[in-house]
Design a protein around this ligand. Structure first.
Ligand SMILES: Nc1ncnc2c1ncn2[C@@H]1O[C@H](COP(=O)(O)OP(=O)(O)OP(=O)(O)O)[C@@H](O)[C@H]1O
Length: 364
């Protein structure tokens, strides 16, 4: 296990700055996901940890040791890419054994570990199969096994599941988490898929445009996004984000949600921050999972425009135009398209953002 510290990391490719600033501590044995849209700098960050790219500024330390100038092969990292790096002229057994052989591990030890890894990844029936004949799913599983078998202190995975099919991806999410629990490696996992990050990671580093936006546990980034980017990127469907203007009323500060024709009361602690910073234009956010059906005369009356039933979950779309609301219910819900129903947000689950900066308004 090794702690990784990225300190004021910057990466430029000529005039283009791919990573504008990155300060991140990845703890010993932690599963950290680097999550963000395509081009945000995830792979660039990962390649610098691996030693494939050198930082333009800042430094990377492993357990306090500066990695600047330390070659890739001497960093003790295992790496799995989107495109599996497998020796197609070898069978499954020899691919798994390769890393141990080059390290001079005794043959009996190699045999024991290859069989244990094959068993763990359900590759035992294929051990003597030529790798060239394997399916994409099995190849990626083999690529993971081949890197994991040498038990690197740090295991880096860059979108390892993006080429495999959906059912296999779900299986591998569980297996990768198991693998990490078993070997207690420090794992850094690059993905643009928030579901992968949410289900596997201990903490998620959310990135956008070469800038780290937020680091937190899956629940922290889900419940308390620091800005509108994180609020929108995390969650499926994303957070409901309604434009509003703050106004004084006899109920204290309220957000006038224009097109919805309602005013939402603002938590006194958040009101104090908003007043202190003179914020007027806001975005009022709440998770679709926190919308509840309210009794007649309560909440907001909204027309149901569309219903998606996805197995045990139902996504109900309310309203149209700019101020639309989505709600997710765990079970089938007794509403019909075209009907007007009353909905409300569970108390304590609304979030407020400064519309000008996109930053979450927090208690001071
Ligand atoms: N060697 C390079 N030379 C020039 N630009 C590069 C180089 N490598 C990456 N970039 C650019 O840096 C930015 C970040 O790339 P990076 O691969 O880190 O993004 P990413 O978040 O991993 O996205 P993706 O999932 O699409 O790979 C992109 O705009 C990319 O085009």
């Amino acid at each position: 296990m090794t702690a990784i510290h990225l300190e004021n990391l910057v990466k430029r490719f000529g005039a283009f700055t791919a990573l504008k600033t990155m300060d991140l501590e990845i703890r010993d044995g932690e599963f950290m996901a680097l999550l963000g849209p395509s081009g945000c700098g995830k792979s660039t960050t990962m390649n610098m940890i691996a030693g494939m790219e050198q930082p333009s500024e800042g430094r990377i330390t492993f357990d306090g040791r500066d990695m600047n100038g330390v070659a890739m092969g001497r960093r003790g990292v295992g790496f799995v890419f989107q495109n599996y790096a497998i020796f197609t002229h070898m069978n499954v057994y020899d691919n798994l054994a390769y890393g141990l052989k080059v390290r001079g591990t005794p043959a009996s030890e190699i045999d024991r570990r290859v069989k244990a890894m094959a068993d763990f990844l359900q590759l035992t029936p294929m051990l003597d199969k030529p790798s060239a004949k394997l399916s994409v799913n099995i190849l990626q599983r083999l690529a993971i096994g081949r890197s994991a078998i040498v038990e690197p202190a740090i295991f880096l995975l860059d979108e390892p599941l993006s080429n495999v099919d959906a059912a296999f991806r779900a299986v591998m999410r569980t297996e990768l988490k198991h693998l990490q629990r078993q070997f207690r490696q420090t794992m850094v996992y690059v993905t643009h898929d928030q579901l992968e990050a949410m289900t596997m990671a201990d903490r998620i580093a959310v990135m956008d445009h070469g800038v780290l936006q937020q680091v937190g546990t899956p629940l922290e980034v889900y419940n308390d996004p620091v800005n509108l980017f994180v609020a929108d990127f995390i969650g499926s469907p994303g957070m409901n984000l309604l434009k509003g203007v703050l106004a004084d009323s006899d109920r204290g500060l309220v957000a006038d949600l224009g097109a919805l024709g309602i005013t939402a009361p603002i938590d006194p602690a958040l009101s104090a921050t908003a007043r202190k910073h003179g914020i007027r234009e806001v975005v009022y956010g709440f998770r679709p999972e926190r919308v509840v059906l309210a009794g007649a005369g309560q909440g907001i009356a909204m027309p149901v425009t569309f219903i998606e039933r996805i197995g045990a979950r139902t996504v109900v779309h309310f309203g149209d135009g700019e101020q639309r609301v989505k709600a997710v219910f765990d079970n089938d819900v007794a509403v019909q398209t075209g009907e007007t129903v009353h909905v409300a947000v569970e108390p304590g689950f609304a979030r407020l953002f400064d519309a000008a900066t996109g930053v979450a308004i927090r208690e001071v």
